[in-house]
Ligand binder design. Structure first.
Ligand code: ATP
Length: 249
């Protein structure tokens, strides 16, 4: 890690640390060629929301967690960027919810799958966490999707009733919603197709959103599904924050 990225007092520390993690992920062969472009789009939106967790994101994170806790078969989906940026917290969340994590990537190659699966195995060992990690032997397909990106595990994504899909692309999000699942997205872009189509969208930076969900779980307080939760209202709140931010400056 370079000097700036190693200094937690640097104002861009969090952002530089994430970039560093992506560089490491790329070196390990975990990332798609377009991974840094997707990250850059996220960074741009993070500036627009002030690089902080908005109240709307807190509300969404609580609802997402409540739906995962209520689910009979929750699953956490993980792609290359998520594995590089937040493997530890995804594993911690899987352990806390006692649910599997499934590696599900858009550009699926045996090499990338192997690199991501090995990274997760390594991190789970280092953290002494016992979490079921799927993705190695897909035996089903997500209906409505074509090609290798449709592959999934029957015991994981296919039969899940609630799925956390951080940084998902729009097509897959739509296909998962069409299966009748609660689809919980983490995405900094409130205008992305995934953010719009999900059941709940946490518009927050991935590592902040996961840390927030884990600390909510650690409080031990009951986390109930809010029956009045309105996805469009919460999403619009974020868009309003972005628009008003421009006017105020
Ligand atoms: P869609 O298909 O849903 O319209 P997209 O084509 O932008 O969106 P991708 O290219 O897969 O989908 O981009 C991934 C999304 O992840 C982007 O919307 C980006 O804002 C978001 N993103 C990238 N990095 C992060 C991060 N660290 N935290 C949260 N969101 C992120």
């Amino acid at each position: 890690m370079d000097e700036i990225a190693a200094d937690p007092t640097h104002p861009r520390y969090a952002s530089l640390l994430m970039r560093h993690r992506l560089e490491q992920g790329a070196k390990k062969g975990m990332l798609a060629d377009s991974a840094l472009i997707a990250h850059g789009r996220g960074e741009a939106f993070d500036y627009l929301i002030g690089e902080r967790t908005l109240p709307a994101a807190e509300q969404a994170a609580r609802q997402a967690l409540a739906l995962l806790l209520r689910a009979e078969r929750p699953v956490l989906s993980i792609n290359g960027n998520v594995a590089a940026l937040a493997a530890d917290d995804m594993l911690r969340l899987g352990a806390a919810l006692n649910c599997p994590i499934e590696v599900n990537i858009f550009y699926r190659t045996p090499e990338r799958m192997k690199a991501i699966l090995s990274h997760l195995e390594e991190r789970a060992d280092a953290l002494h966490l016992d979490v079921e990690v799927l993705g190695h032997a897909p035996d089903a397909v997500i209906p409505g999707l074509k090609g290798p990106r449709a592959k999934c595990h029957r015991q994981g994504i296919l039969e899940s009733d609630a799925i956390l899909v951080p940084l998902e692309d729009g097509d897959r999000c739509k296909a998962l919603v069409a299966m009748g699942k609660d689809v919980l997205v983490i995405d900094l872009n409130p205008l992305s197709r995934s953010a719009q189509q999900a059941s709940v969208t946490v518009v927050d930076e991935l590592s902040r959103a996961l840390a927030n969900m884990l600390s909510l779980l650690n409080t031990g307080e009951p986390i109930a599904v809010d029956p009045d939760y309105d996805h469009s209202v919460v999403l619009n709140e974020v868009v309003q924050t972005i628009v008003q931010g421009f006017v105020e400056q």
